[in-house]
Every structure is written in structure tokens, then in C-alpha cells.
Design a protein around this ligand. Structure first.
Ligand SMILES: Cc1cc2nc3c(=O)[nH]c(=O)nc-3n(C[C@H](O)[C@H](O)[C@H](O)COP(=O)(O)OP(=O)(O)OC[C@H]3O[C@@H](n4cnc5c(N)ncnc54)[C@H](O)[C@@H]3O)c2cc1C
Length: 401
């Protein structure tokens, strides 16, 4: 490998940063990753509950949010899911699909990280940990990357710093996108997404611990904003689970603009309200002596029954309540409980073919710090791999300096 190649600094040794570093090094660049933690890839280890849902083969339609959603589609055309799968197979990660959601065959996020780190080492990438970048400047055509103790110089810089999502103890910290803002980039307000939601009087409902199949609709005023179905998790503070995560981005944005937000939960997704009412009447006819609460045992989880039967509704109202259980959304569990942040560096200012900044030549931006957030199911990591690969390939090419 030509070790006289372009010098590239990657800020952040997470998903997109490691991908970018490998691709840049494979193009012959001298690559250094600066990572503020004591180990690279810490967030990656927590993905998919430790199993790492690393990509997906589903349709991209409607899965990405951001001011310019087409940016994500363009990026995924330029570095596809198929290329991602081939890349991982080539570095040692054999994969398996669960309904289109792709996991390492080992079922361990740890093995994805290990294969990335081994590959990075084999390509000659240097990884420096406990190096938090504070500022990046461009002086006379070269970059100066400042940490607490050192100023590194490079021909190209890839900002792959992610967000505060999913990290405890960062409540008052600045979002990493601030580094890009100080270089002139516009940052769209960053808010938690894929996050559990708080609902009014959740504790009083007594439903904490319930997991139930259903659907959740986000409603503002009279408008249905988004709907998703799957396993709902009911908690002491409100609602969680994959369908709630998926609708949370819109709910949080509405809350942030002080709009009224309600969640309507459907606890009988397999039938209509009328069918549920008929079922309840049939059960009542078969068990005339059973009080209302006992009539529901075997139909709904026991801890959900008090919430459904509060105020002793008749069977018609009960069916209505179980299909349209309405709660006011009062907030969310914050960045530390979120999987990603919405908002970030405006994608108007980034070229989707290379992920190079349109404002600062040879500066690249990747992954979650961009104004794109995806649904659950591997979309966020796929966006990280694609942007990382494009940035790394582009940054790694070029004349020797
Ligand atoms: C609990 C959890 C589960 C998730 N599960 C999935 C899943 O299964 N599938 C999926 O697709 N997505 C999942 N995600 C989202 C996914 O992890 C992120 O979207 C993805 O990691 C983003 O990649 P990134 O490279 O942009 O940022 P990151 O992977 O977060 O990497 C950024 C790196 O930059 C470092 N850094 C930040 N600032 C600085 C600085 N100033 N100087 C030096 N280093 C810095 C950070 O320490 C970090 O290592 C999950 C997220 C969480 C929190």
C-alpha cells in the first residue's frame, strides 16, 4: 500500500468512521481515527440489543426523515445495501436475515466490531483513543484538527462524530455537530428520535410491564400524523417498543413546536371495533356470572384490564376504548434513551455522491450527525455504512501531498 498517499483524519471511531477509515486506507491514504472514548465502536456494541441489526433488505420508501429525505435515497444508490452486505462478508461478517432485518450470523455486535477493527488494522489505519476533537480549522488548504493535547494536520477530514443519542451523562453536552457548525455548516435542530414517549398519568394506569401486540397512532388535533403496529411496551412513564420508536420522531417534533400530541393505542389489531364488541357480547353470554374485569381475562394482558375497565364501561364502550385508547403525550425519555437524533447538519450542504461538504473542500460528513434519521430495522446503520464508504473512498483518493 502507498503510505505516501493523502493524509486523512477521521473524527469518531463509530460505525461510519470505521467504514470511512477502511475505505480511505484501501484507496492508499494514510488514515488516523481520533476517538474520544477509551475504545472505538462503543455504540455499535449496543445496537440491536447487542446483536447488531446492521442493515436491511426492505424498501427504503418512507423510512428516512429529514428536511431533504431524498438525500438518503441518493446516498443508498451510491453505496447500496448489496455493497454493504458484500463488504461485511469480505471482512468476515457472515450475515443472516430475519424478515429482511440483517444480523451477523454470530448474533453478536461484538463480532461486527472485531471484524471492522481487524480490517482497519490490516489496512494500516491508526486508531487513537481518548482523543476528543475540539476544533477543526482549514489553514492554507490543510486541516488542523485540535484535541486537548495535540494539533493534527491532514489533507482531508471526515467528521463521523454521531450524536448524543443513547449515551448517558451527556445531557448538558454539546452535540458533536457543533464542530461542523463552527466550520460554517447549518445544523437543523437536533431532537431525540426512536425514543420512548411519556404519557399523562401513566403511573395511574397500572399497566407497567405489559407487552402486547397492537398499534399506535400519533394524532395532533384532528390530524392522524403517523401509525405503526407491532409489540407495544407499556411502562410506568408511558409507551415504548418498536412501533412507538418509529412514530416518536414525529411526536417529538410536534411536542417541540408546542402542538398537542395524543397517542391512540389499538389493543385489538386483529379485528374491527364491531368484531371486538361482538366477541365481548359472546363472552358475556357464555359467562353471565363473570364481572367485567374477569370477562377480559384471556383476551387482554391482566395488567391492562384495570385501565380498560376504569369507570365500568358497557361492552360497546369497552370495545371502543380497547381500539382507541387515547393518552396525551407529554414528553419523551430524552437523548440518553434515544437510538438516534433527528436533525443535524443540513444535507443541502453535502454532496450525496461523496459526502463531501459543499462549503469546505475535502471536509466530509457522515452518519448520524447529518440531518437524516431512519426507522428501526437497520436503516440507521445502513446510512452510516453508506455515508462512511462514500466519504472514505472520496477522501482517500487524490494526489500525494
Ligand atoms: C441502544 C441503541 C441501539 C441501536 N440499534 C441499532 C440497530 O440495531 N440498527 C441500526 O441500524 N441502528 C441502531 N442504532 C443507531 C446506530 O447505532 C447509529 O445510527 C449509528 O451508530 C450512527 O453511526 P455514526 O458513525 O454516525 O455514529 P456513532 O456510531 O455514534 O459513532 C460516533 C463516534 O464518534 C465519537 N465522537 C463523538 N464526538 C467526538 C469528538 N469530538 N472527538 C472524537 N470522537 C468523537 C463517539 O465517541 C463515537 O464513537 C442504535 C442506537 C442505540 C443507541
Amino acid at each position: 500500500m502507498d503510505k505516501q498517499g493523502k493524509s486523512v483524519i477521521v473524527v469518531g471511531g463509530g460505525a461510519s468512521g470505521l467504514m470511512a477509515a477502511i475505505q480511505a486506507a484501501r484507496c492508499g491514504a494514510r488514515v488516523t481515527v481520533l476517538e474520544r472514548e477509551n475504545k472505538p465502536g462503543r455504540k455499535l456494541l449496543r445496537t440491536g440489543n447487542g446483536r447488531c441489526n446492521l442493515t436491511t433488505t426492505g424498501s427504503t420508501a418512507g423510512v428516512y426523515h429529514g428536511e431533504e429525505r431524498s438525500f438518503a435515497a441518493k446516498v443508498l444508490e451510491n453505496w447500496t445495501v448489496a455493497e454493504t452486505l458484500a463488504f461485511f462478508e469480505s471482512i468476515g461478517v457472515h450475515t443472516t436475515s430475519r424478515g429482511g432485518w440483517i444480523y451477523p450470523y454470530s448474533d453478536q455486535a461484538e463480532s461486527v466490531l472485531q471484524d471492522l477493527l481487524m480490517t482497519a488494522e490490516e489496512c494500516g489505519v491508526r486508531i487513537k483513543t481518548r482523543e476528543e476533537v475540539r476544533r477543526v480549522r482549514k489553514v492554507m488548504g490543510r486541516f488542523q484538527v485540535e484535541t486537548a493535547t495535540w494539533t493534527y494536520e491532514a489533507d482531508a477530514v471526515i467528521l463521523a462524530c454521531g450524536t448524543r443519542a443513547g449515551i448517558a451523562g451527556q445531557e448538558d453536552a454539546e452535540e458533536p455537530a457543533g464542530i461542523a457548525a463552527r466550520m460554517g455548516h447549518t445544523v437543523i435542530r437536533q431532537l431525540p428520535a426512536l425514543v420512548p414517549l411519556n404519557v399523562e398519568d401513566a403511573g395511574r394506569l397500572g399497566w407497567a410491564g405489559v407487552r402486547v401486540n397492537g398499534s399506535v397512532r400519533i394524532i395532533s388535533g384532528r390530524e392522524l400524523i403517523e401509525e405503526e403496529s407491532g409489540q407495544l411496551q407499556l411502562t410506568e412513564y408511558g409507551i415504548s417498543g418498536i412501533p412507538v420508536f418509529i412514530v416518536s420522531s414525529e411526536a417529538v417534533r410536534l411536542l417541540d413546536s408546542h402542538a398537542p400530541v395524543h397517542a391512540e393505542l389499538d389493543f385489538f389489531p386483529d379485528g374491527t371495533e364491531r368484531e371486538l364488541a361482538e366477541l365481548l357480547h359472546e363472552r358475556h353470554a357464555n359467562h353471565l356470572l363473570r364481572p367485567l374485569k374477569k370477562l377480559l381475562v384471556g383476551l387482554f394482558p391482566e395488567k391492562l384490564i384495570p385501565a380498560l375497565t376504569a369507570g365500568s364501561p358497557d361492552l360497546i364502550s369497552l370495545a371502543e376504548r380497547a381500539k382507541h385508547f387515547r393518552v396525551r403525550v407529554t414528553g419523551h425519555q430524552g437523548a440518553k434513551a434515544a437510538q438516534v437524533m433527528s436533525g443535524g447538519v443540513s444535507t443541502d450542504e453535502v454532496d450525496p455522491a461523496t459526502c463531501m461538504s459543499r462549503l469546505v473542500e475535502n471536509l466530509y460528513l457522515t452518519g448520524e450527525m447529518l440531518d437524516i434519521d431512519g426507522a428501526c430495522g437497520g436503516w440507521n446503520l445502513q446510512f452510516a455504512w453508506s455515508t462512511g464508504a462514500l466519504a472514505g473512498r472520496s477522501a482517500g483518493r487524490g494526489e500525494d501531498k
